[in-house]
Ligand binder design. Structure first.
Ligand code: FAD
Ligand code: NAD
Length: 457
């Protein structure tokens, strides 16, 4: 490993998502040796992932290699493409595995740390519903978006294959989305736009037969949004011919149909061609494994319990942030990014504290008084405070909904085309790099001028 300074403490960061990348951007490498371990060697801007499933924007436009970010640091950051498979909090050691298809002489290794920052996010929840993993598509990672796109185009091309029966064409062209949270809503909205803007022109004989259905277990979609925006979303979906089935639970997913339980208790089988499963998050196996190592303090199934300073309950040197944790905040990019920034500041203060403690050892009595006062100040680290910037969701036909904080404790709920313009500008300004901004804007312009690409990937 390059430039590991034995005089400095080593921070190992797990993950290259919102939380870890925001931490990496702000951590001062003059204070610490920094190592990043993540099975994907890039940051993914998840808010625009639904747009990539239909080719509105290209996947390359919303990812940024972690090494690009690391190269701007004052000292070398070791970026290792690997999955952390085990954490040994007693030995302060992690086990890592190269999970790529290409293997060298060594596929596993260990790394020791002084501080461990766990930002490995969460995985898609299935609630144990049979068949989801086998037949459904999640929407969380780049490969999920690629799989959805391929499957969508396969369904359409197979429906266009000669001599299909009308029932089979209807099944193939029935796109079902399970989960009416922001992920499910944004995906259904993108699919609708693709259908109206592009498929109608390229497959005129089939486009009218495409049906989109959204299934939600609760009485309404977007449960975290204000009532006015829920109603607006539901009426916009109605106008867009997207059927919403609320209070409907999926009980089993089979290769060609799903079994659902309706609010009146009846059970139905719904045939589908493409099934996108977006029912929220669950803890990753590594997180569950780590929780078991702290049986007295880690009691929440949802994720890691941390204190107000993001330190793992029960540990002195492990910090956790983002979707991997169970806090009072929603599992969003906004929270994860703010936590990453906060933690980098906290580590700056820890480095200042360590330096001052060293200085104190050799200080004269007169200096000691001053330094001790300074030390007390440094040790008084403020807890993490989240500042909510609002919630946004794209709902199709160039419309978005937004709940924005307004005044003390107030909320401004807005929906429509103007909100969509705001949605776009908010995401463009929160993209991490100028390169990504340029690529996304170019993709949007390209889509407006030339339409989306319909080739199967
Ligand atoms: P992630 O961003 O998921 O990052 C986890 C990282 O850990 C990844 O790099 C992963 O490869 C790595 N990792 C996984 N396992 C291991 C392991 N064993 N060892 C090492 N590394 C590992 N939030 C918003 O606020 N606004 C939005 O508009 C929005 N849109 C979204 C759209 C979609 C489609 C999705 C799926 C989510 C969206 N979110 C949005 C939520 C947001 O993406 C998450 O809250 C955010 O990604 C959480 O950040 P994180 O760093 O905790 O996890
Ligand atoms: P979510 O947890 O927000 O929503 C999942 C939905 O699925 C819930 O409404 C739930 O009732 C429903 N559900 C659960 N089990 C079901 C079943 N068996 N059958 C039918 N419905 C079922 O999940 P999400 O939409 O993936 O979002 C995850 C996180 O990411 C959230 O915090 C969200 O705010 C954030 N996110 C934000 C945006 C945005 O701001 N635009 C976009 C995507 C995700």
């Amino acid at each position: 490993q390059n430039e590991m300074d034995p005089e400095k403490k080593t921070i190992v960061i797990l993950g290259s998502g919102w939380a870890s990348t925001s931490f990496l951007k702000d951590i001062d490498t003059d204070d610490y040796n920094v190592v990043v371990v993540s099975p994907r060697n890039y940051f993914l801007f998840t808010p625009l992932l639904p747009e990539t499933t239909v080719g509105t924007i290209d996947i390359r436009s919303v990812i940024e290699p972690t090494r690009f970010i690391a190269r701007h640091k004052s000292r070398t950051v070791n970026v290792i493409e690997a999955e952390c498979t085990q954490i040994d909090p007693e030995k302060k050691l992690i086990t890592i595995a190269d999970n790529s298809d290409v293997k060298g002489n060594h596929a596993t290794s260990t790394l020791s740390y002084d501080y461990l920052v766990v930002g490995i996010g969460a995985m898609s929840a299935t609630f144990g519903v049979k068949g989801v993993e086998e037949y459904g598509c999640f929407l969380k990672e780049v490969w999920d978006a690629q799989k959805i796109r391929t499957k969508l185009m396969d369904c359409i091309e197979t429906a266009a294959f000669p001599n299909q029966t009308p029932e089979e064409i209807d099944r193939l062209l029935h796109m079902v989305v399970v989960g009416g949270g922001p992920t499910g809503i944004e995906y259904a909205a993108e699919l609708h736009d693709f259908l109206v803007d592009d498929l109608t022109a390229w497959y005129p004989e089939l486009a009218g037969k495409v049906k989109i259905t959204l299934i939600e277990a609760l009485p309404n979609v977007l449960p975290a949004f204000s009532k006015k925006l829920i109603d607006y979303t539901e009426s916009t979906f109605k106008e867009q011919n997207i059927s919403i089935h609320t209070q409907t639970m999926v009980r089993e997913v089979r290769e060609r149909d799903i079994e659902v339980k309706r609010p009146d208790g009846t059970v139905d089988n719904i045939p589908y061609g493409l099934l996108v499963w977006a029912t929220g998050n669950t803890a990753r196996p590594l997180i569950r494994d780590l929780m078991q190592k702290f049986p007295e303090t880690q009691l929440v199934r949802r994720g890691l319990a941390v204190d107000e300073w993001l330190r793992l309950d029960g540990s002195q040197d492990i910090y956790a942030l983002g979707d991997a944790t169970a806090t009072r905040y929603a599992p969003t990019a906004q929270v994860a990014a703010q936590q990453g920034k906060y933690l980098a500041r906290l580590f700056k203060q820890l480095a200042n504290r360590d330096a001052l403690e060293l200085e104190l050892e050799d200080a004269s009595d007169e200096e000691k008084v001053k330094k001790e006062r300074k030390l007390r100040k440094i040790k008084d680290i403020r807890p993490f405070q989240y500042s909510h910037q609002g919630s946004l969701c794209y709902i199709g036909s160039d419309k978005a909904v937004a709940d924005l904080p307004f005044g003390p404790g107030g909320n401004l709920a807005s929906g429509g085309v103007a909100t969509f313009a705001f949605w776009r500008s908010a995401y463009i300004s929160s993209l991490f790099s100028t390169r990504n901004r340029a690529l996304v804007i170019t993709d949007w312009l390209k889509k407006t001028a030339l339409g989306r690409d319909i080739s199967r990937e």
